[in-house]
Each structure stands twice: as structure tokens, then as C-alpha cells.
Design a protein around this ligand. Structure first.
Ligand SMILES: Cc1ncc(COP(=O)(O)O)c(C=O)c1O
Length: 392
């Protein structure tokens, strides 16, 4: 077996966690769809909740272990825990590292489930305090610190604003107060950004997005030091029940193989499309970290190797025209999620409950656009014909 520390990123995507199947000689590991595994002769010696030992699929499965090994290698980390969805992974971090009377600082615009968990459920049900700030502004983070701050959680680039937060600088702040820094790096994937090497303690990914990449499986991962990941496995996996299905773990393992190729293509196409949209007269604004006009373009340049495939934009038009535009597209599909092979667009309308947190230009609703792997010219032609149909 190759030494996984000696090989480059794209080689890891293919080889780490794979091996020759001992029984059949197949050159890739099979899907093991089993809830239970044979116990040893004397089962009384077992730790029934050991998340690193295959006993029962809720404690872990063979396919989960292979995927964890691969993802840990891609982030250059000691360990990884894979769960049923990105939200299960995020909830795992919050349940494990926040306790009664502790305080968390979090981006004020991030994936909606994070907002719900930290702004509503955790404070109301468990007495956990949360301060939501614009984490692209270091002074806002510093001002939010309290003696009981245990965790800073950021999402960069953030959903849906594409706001970028400076991981390295925020890691210095979290270290100075003895808090953990967790980074939701879903938009970037491990190919474009390495939060751990910039000082973060934990990286979270929704595997449903770029890492799987094919829009057919859900999963989530938290990656970092073994002592932290062991805690999540013990406190938020085995006895909570958000285990990933072995089939989904296998699909994601297959999806990862092409991650570098896909991320290059997503990034190249998204930049081309963002530039097209920025030059189009009926477009009110475009938010894409790869554009020079993006407010945190310089930070994105420092910490990302390319800018991924998600952009947001708005039209100089009313709500009805935005709806008509989305429904006039023939190639790009109006659907949630992102990071799939097909291009996806969502128009949220102007009634988002977090409107007061959005940058001014987002407040009339915005179009979140996940640029897929189709030819960029075909996508641009689709946008052009939809603009025309709407008289824009
Ligand atoms: C940045 C980010 N994090 C987490 C999630 C949640 O992932 P999942 O849908 O796999 O639970 C999403 C979903 O869109 C996301 O965009």
C-alpha cells in the first residue's frame, strides 16, 4: 500500500481508503450493506459504543471508515467523522463543544440550519448564548468575545452571500481566547481551501455538495485532530443516530475521485459566467469571490486556490420578473442544493427572515447560482435567451 503522506492531492482522491477486496480480488472495495458484523468469540470484552470498530452500522460501517480515511487525508488531518448530512455534522460540532452557559460566535449569514440551531434552538432550549456577527469584519468578532466564548464558527465562502472570512486571522483570535474555530468549507471543498493549515481546529463539509458532486447522495463530515473527532463520535454519533448509509458513503467515495477535475471546471466556468453577468446591463449586482469587485476578493485570493462554482446575483427587476427569468431557463434548473454536475438556481424572494443581515443589494431577493459542469458557453446562451424572454 502506498504511503498516503507521500502522494499528492489528486492521487489521494483515488487511492486513500481503497484496497483490493480480499475475498474476490476486485480492485475496489465493495458496498457492505449490513447492519451488524460478526462478534468476536468473547463479546464481553467489547466496547459496544466504539465508533472505530465495526459492530453495528450506527456505531460505524466499513464504508464509513474508508470514506473517513480518505477525507482526513484530503484535509491533511488526523481524523474525520462522517455523518448522514452536512447539518448532522454541524449539529455534531455544536452539541459536542457547546454546553450550558457557553457562548458561540457565528457568521450572521450562513446556511439556514446553522442560523436556526444557534439563533433559536440552542439559546431557547439549552441556555447557550450565541452572537451572530459579520465574520468578514475582525473587529465585530473581537467585540463579540465574552469570558465564556467556547467556539467561533464561520462559513467561508458563505451561503448565499459568498462572503469570505479570513481564516488565518480569525484562528489567531480564537487561539488567543482558548476557543475552538470551526470552518464550514463546503463551498470551497478540500481542493480549493485548507482551513486546518491556516489554524482552524475543525473543518466541516456537506458532502452532499462538491465532494460527492453528482447530486445523488447526502452526507456530512467533520475533520480535525483525533481528540476532537473522538469526542464528536462519542457524543454526537453513536448515541444520537445520524449514521450515514453505507451506500451513500460508497457513492461519495466514488464522487471524490474526480473532485480536482470538477473543481477546476466549476471554478473556470463560474468566473466566466460571473464576468458575463457583471457586464450585462440588466444585472444589478454579482457576488463571486473571484471577481475583483467582490469586497473580500483579496482575502479569497490569499486563502483559496480558485473560487469555486457558486455565485449570487440580482436583476434590475421586480419579484415577478425574477420568477419569470428562473422559469425561462431551459438548461439551468430551478432547484435547491449546489455543487452538482448540473447547474442549479434558486430565487429566494425578498421575504427572507434574515433580510436585515444581508448586504443591501441582496435585500430585494437574490438568485443563488451553482454553476455546473455543462459547457460555459451553453450556460451563457441559456441565460441570454431567458433575459430576452423577460425583456431584459
Ligand atoms: C455551506 C453549507 N453547509 C451545510 C449545508 C447543509 O448540508 P446538508 O444539506 O448536506 O445537510 C449546506 C446545504 O446547502 C451548505 O450550503
Amino acid at each position: 500500500m502506498i504511503d498516503k503522506n507521500e502522494i499528492k492531492f489528486s492521487t489521494k482522491c483515488i487511492h486513500v481508503g481503497n484496497d483490493i477486496d480480499k475475498e474476490t480480488g476486485a480492485i475496489r472495495r465493495p458496498i457492505t450493506m449490513a447492519n451488524s458484523y460478526k462478534l468476536p468469540y468473547d463479546a464481553s470484552t467489547l466496547n459496544w459504543s466504539d465508533p472505530n470498530n465495526v459492530i453495528y452500522t450506527r456505531t460505524t460501517s466499513a464504508n464509513q471508515l474508508y470514506l473517513q480515511e480518505r477525507l482526513a487525508a484530503l484535509e491533511g488531518a488526523e481524523d474525520c467523522v462522517v455523518l448522514a448530512s452536512g447539518v448532522a455534522a454541524l449539529a455534531g460540532v455544536f452539541f459536542t463543544f457547546l454546553d450550558k452557559d457557553s457562548h458561540v460566535i457565528c457568521s450572521n449569514v450562513s446556511y439556514i440550519a446553522v442560523y436556526r440551531l444557534l439563533n433559536e434552538y440552542f439559546p431557547k432550549k439549552y441556555g447557550i448564548e450565541a452572537t451572530l456577527v459579520d465574520t468578514s469584519n475582525l473587529n465585530e468578532i473581537k467585540r463579540a468575545i465574552r469570558p465564556n466564548t467556547k467556539l467561533i464558527h464561520i462559513e467561508t465562502p458563505g451561503n448565499p452571500t459568498t462572503r469570505v472570512s479570513d481564516i488565518e486571522e480569525i484562528a489567531k483570535i480564537s487561539k488567543s481566547i482558548g476557543a475552538l474555530l470551526s470552518v464550514d468549507s463546503t463551498f470551497a471543498s478540500p481542493f480549493l481551501q485548507h482551513p486546518l493549515s491556516l489554524g482552524a481546529d475543525l473543518v466541516v463539509h456537506s458532502l452532499t455538495k462538491y465532494i460527492n458532486g453528482h447530486g445523488d447522495a447526502m452526507g456530512g463530515a467533520v475533520i480535525g485532530r483525533k481528540e476532537l473527532i473522538d469526542k464528536i463520535k462519542a457524543e454526537a454519533m453513536v448515541n444520537v443516530g445520524g449514521a450515514i448509509s453505507p451506500f451513500n458513503a460508497w457513492l461519495i467515495m466514488r464522487g471524490v475521485v474526480t473532485l480536482p477535475l470538477r473543481m477546476k471546471q466549476h471554478s473556470e466556468s463560474a468566473l466566466k459566467i460571473a464576468q458575463f453577468l457583471e457586464s450585462y446591463p440588466a444585472v444589478k449586482f454579482v457576488a463571486y469571490p473571484g471577481l475583483k469587485s467582490h469586497p473580500q476578493h483579496e482575502i479569497a485570493k490569499k486563502q483559496m486556490s480558485m473560487y469555486s462554482g457558486v455565485l449570487s446575483f440580482g436583476l434590475k427587476a421586480d419579484v415577478e420578473t425574477h420568477n419569470k427569468f428562473v422559469n425561462s431557463l431551459k438548461l439551468v434548473i430551478s432547484a435547491v442544493s449546489l455543487g452538482h454536475d448540473e447547474s442549479l438556481i434558486v430565487y429566494t424572494g425578498p421575504n427572507d427572515e434574515r433580510n436585515h443581515f444581508y448586504p443591501e443589494e441582496f435585500k430585494n431577493g437574490h438568485l443563488r447560482f451553482s454553476v455546473g459542469l455543462e459547457d460555459a458557453d451553453d450556460i451563457i446562451n441559456d441565460l441570454k435567451q431567458a433575459f430576452k424572454k423577460c425583456g431584459l
